[in-house]
Design a protein around this ligand. Structure first.
Ligand code: ADP
Ligand code: ZN
Ligand code: ZN
Length: 841
């Protein structure tokens, strides 16, 4: 008998769809399975939400084509979580599942043999020469072979494995071997890795060089001036040797070329001459190149850390849901506490997720996790959006198959399909990157708490500057507060000083984002061979292009925002929609020649620093220079290894990194966010300044932070200077209470949008017929008003703001909104609902 199932599809519709399941597939289909189904004229991948016996009347029911998973992709708990998200954030269930699942890729699954823990232990022992076993020598050899295949031994054609079937069964029965499906990328990308091979003594080396110069015809400026050429070569070779032998170890070819700044021809020649050696290696996306040989510093927890950890462990003992806030100043050693907690979780047979706010941090934390847990449990997975689809799917299935028990990742890693979850850590819980700004508009931290609740697990939120909401919950007892008020080894917090830019201008009569104080500070850094970080809030060269004659600024054609000048690319860019424009020579409005570039961004600042500090090793880190994970990692790696003196960049620099030799942090335009029409402006400024101040003086050297500002009186700046979170919290919470903002009220932002202005107006008027009568009852409803960003990506935008002390009241009104839209033919795509918005722009 055939059966039926309801399937959620990734379409912007709030319903599920019923399909018939052919009899032979009935046993395979389960809630959570992904299935291939016909939808309109296409074939789509959906998720089975439930199996139903009842046949819907009237409509013609189509059949599913294929069941994609043997094991359902989504666990029952994750299905439940998906439903919660769909309800709370008013997102179509199919789109929620799409966000939760790995991309559907062209991945093939292979049957492989892997060792169990017992099998691995035995194989390791046998390797050391133990002979105390009743296994035949062929079986012993076979175990060794499996041990040597990290990803499992693949079955050959016809299922051959090079061992008798009985032996295979025997090993399985004894619990040494397991057979399972693994996901593998179709092709493993290969890359060439180069290592230093020399050396023969110095003399021989010199001989070698002479000889090489003799037939150096394929070198760039081949042999024009042999002696000079020779000297240059020696220097380059030296650089390559330094990199490969001492600084980094073996490097992939592209990385080597970039870091050493040499030609490929030179490397090839050094290879031929036997100074270097190279081989092909599979690119393993999740292993980072600094991984090998990395041993984490094994610290004893200090007293402060110990008492925080004890409180966490005490919570584990309860084996019940709970939320703890670990409020620890920057450099108090939170990571160490996280890792111990994960260790404890694993020891209890449970699994853990660590969420970090950005991709770069997954690498740092992932590396530490692998060093701590990788060997023993064979299982740390890293999940983030910069992985390719295949890589992500592979990691995801590793988790689903129970091969990884610790997951490190960004926002969406909260959906990692771990069984038996015991702990979810959200590092830097206040970060706005946890909020997804597209459907489903969920907040990763809040979902983490809900997931922990569903799984009876502990949610551990960590921060030096908790969000107002979180700290408020800690104050009223909803969360348990753990405080670490001092830095490890009693290191001092950096000394923070304000540089009043008004005074600087009076003294110098020049507008220079690098104040005299900052200039002197950097000079001192360079003298003492320590490092400086310079933070600026904007990328690009100039924030906007203004006409001095008529005052017009160049606006984006799609958005109501001015365009940013990028000098190296010689064009204007919109940071909201990505559109570009040529740099105008004359004013587009009045034709005057007085086009003026206004407001300096990171690109400009880098240029200034290079001018003011010639010969210094400077790099810039922002979204323009760090487009890929590799670039990002390389720059951070170079800075961490001391190959750079100054690193300039946007808030990417402020977060989490642990640089030991930074003694100076300069913040340029520290207050630029304060003028934004946003109730979180002060909170953001305080957080940013405190975070960035936390980057200085982390090692043994004391740190100094210079905050350049035009508003030194503002409490966000003042409290950041004192690094006094509690004082800031008290002032800010007072303001929020007065103004009825979160955490004292819940907010929802409803945006009505369309490329056609008339339609946008018509629909927002229509919608206000629904909202207006409800205003003042269980919620305040403001609007429709033109949104602060009145136009974005070609769409005109109107806004309603809903405020209520009760979340449930908002949810009720909002679900009514959707029904109202449907009844009044307002397209679902025109109405955007943002529950708990982070920004109202
Ligand atoms: P946070 O995340 O709180 O800013 P980190 O976890 O990055 O701080 O730790 C800061 C530094 O202190 C790291 O270099 C870490 O290795 C070191 N550290 C952590 N715990 C200890 C300890 N008990 N003793 C000495 N150093 C420690
Ligand atoms: Zn003009
Ligand atoms: Zn734009």
């Amino acid at each position: 008998m055939e059966c039926y199932c309801n399937v959620a599809l990734p379409v912007p519709l709030r319903t599920t769809f019923t399909y018939a399941v052919p009899e032979q597939l009935c046993a395979e289909v389960q809630p959570g399975s992904r299935v291939l189904v016909p939808f309109r004229k296409k074939t789509m991948v959906g998720v089975v939400v439930e199996i139903t016996g009842t046949v819907p009347q009237g409509t013609q029911i189509r059949g599913i084509q294929k069941v994609l998973d043997v094991v359902p992709a989504l666990t029952p708990k994750l299905l439940e979580l998906g439903h919660w998200i769909a309800n709370y954030y008013l997102a179509p269930i199919g789109e929620v599942f799409r966000a939760m699942l790995p991309p559907v890729t062209d991945i093939s699954r292979k049957r492989v043999m892997v060792l169990t823990e017992a099998g691995r232990a035995l194989a390791e022992k046998l390797k050391l020469g133990t002979t105390l076993t009743d296994l035949a020598s062929a079986e012993v050899d076979f175990l060794q072979r499996v041990l040597g295949n990290k990803r499992g031994l693949t079955f050959g054609t016809g299922g051959k494995v090079g061992i008798a079937a009985e032996s295979l069964q025997k090993l399985q029965k004894r619990g040494y071997l397991e057979i399972r499906d693994t996901v593998q990328g179709r092709k493993r990308k290969m890359q060439r890795v180069v290592a230093w091979k020399g050396n023969s003594g110095t003399e021989e080396k010199n001989d070698g060089k002479e000889q090489r110069n003799g037939h150096g015809s394929n070198e760039q400026n081949g042999g024009v001036n042999p002696p000079l050429h020779g000297a240059k070569l020696r220097e380059k070779e030296e650089r390559i040797r330094g990199l490969l032998e001492t600084e980094r170890g073996p490097l992939a070819m592209p990385q080597l070329l970039k870091l050493a700044q040499v030609s490929r021809a030179l490397i090839e020649r050094m290879l031929r001459d036997g100074l270097l050696e190279s081989w092909e290696e599979g690119i393993d996306p999740v292993e980072d190149p600094f991984d090998s040989g990395y041993t984490p510093p094994a610290h004893m927890l200090n007293e402060t850390q110990e008492s925080a950890f004890k409180a966490i462990r005490a919570r584990f003992e309860l084996a019940a849901f709970g939320v703890q806030l670990l409020h620890g100043v920057t450099g108090s050693g939170k990571t160490e506490v996280y890792l111990r907690s994960v260790q404890d979780t694993l020891a209890r047979g449970k699994t853990a997720i660590i969420l970090v706010p950005e991709i770069a941090l997954t690498l740092w934390v992932g590396r530490q996790c692998r060093a701590w847990f990788g060997a023993r449990f064979e299982g740390v997975a890293v999940l983030h959006s910069a992985l390719s689809d295949v890589e992500r799917a592979r990691e995801w299935w590793r988790v689903r198959n129970g091969e990884a028990r610790v997951v490190v990742g960004t926002r969406s890693a909260i959906f990692a399909p771990l069984d038996n979850l015991g702990l979810v850590i959200v590092d830097e819980e206040q970060e706005s990157s946890y909020k997804q700004e597209e459907t489903p508009r969920y907040h990763g931290r809040d979902v983490a708490i809900v997931r922990a609740k569903l799984e009876n697990a502990l949610a551990l939120l960590g921060s030096a500057t908790p969000s107002l909401e979180t700290y408020h919950h800690a104050m009223n007892g909803k969360y348990e507060l753990l405080t670490m008020a001092s830095r490890v080894e009693n290191r001092n917090l950096a000394a923070v000083e304000i540089v009043d830019m008004r005074t600087d201008f009076q003294q110098t009569q020049k507008v220079n984002p690098i104040s005299q104080t900052l200039h002197v500070g950097i000079t001192e850094c360079l003298e003492f061979h320590t490092q400086a970080l310079v933070l600026i809030n904007r990328r690009g060269y100039s924030w906007s292009v203004l006409c001095r004659s008529c005052g017009a600024s160049v606006q984006c054609e799609n958005c109501s925002i001015s365009m940013t000048y990028h000098k190296s690319r010689n064009r204007l860019e919109c940071h909201y929609c990505g559109s570009i424009k040529a740099v105008p020579k004359v004013c587009p409005k009045c034709d005057s020649k007085y086009v003026h570039f206004f407001g300096e961004g990171s690109e400009h600042l880098e240029e200034r620093l290079r001018k003011e500090f010639p010969g210094t090793r400077i790099a810039r880190l922002d979204r323009d220079t760090a487009r890929t994970k590799q670039q990002y990692q390389e720059t951070l790696g170079a800075f961490a290894s001391g190959a750079l003196d100054i690193l300039v960049g946007t808030q990417m620099l402020a977060k989490g990194h642990d640089f030991q030799r930074v003694t100076l942090v300069g913040v340029v335009y520290a207050d630029s966010a304060l003028s934004l029409p946003d109730f979180r402006a002060a909170e953001r400024t305080f957080q940013l300044l405190t975070q960035v101040a936390g980057r200085a003086g982390r090692g043994e050297l004391p740190g100094r932070v210079l905050i350049q500002t035009y508003y030194p009186e503002h409490y966000a700046v003042q409290d950041a200077v004192r690094q006094d979170y509690v004082s800031f919290y008290e002032r800010e919470v007072h303001f929020r209470r007065m103004m009825m903002y979160p955490p004292f009220t819940s907010l929802a932002n409803v945006i009505v949008r369309d490329t056609n202005l008339e339609k946008a107006i018509r629909w927002s008027r229509k919608l206000s017929e629904y909202f207006a009568p409800q205003d003042g009852k269980s919620a305040r409803i403001l609007g429709p008003a033109s949104a602060p960003l009145a136009r974005l990506k070609k769409e005109h935008r109107y806004q309603f703001l809903l405020k209520s002390p009760k979340k449930s009241a908002l949810t009720k009104i909002l679900s009514g909104t959707l029904a109202f839209c449907e009844a009044n033919e307002i397209p679902q795509t025109a109405v955007l609902v943002d529950m708990d918005p982070l920004t109202l722009l």
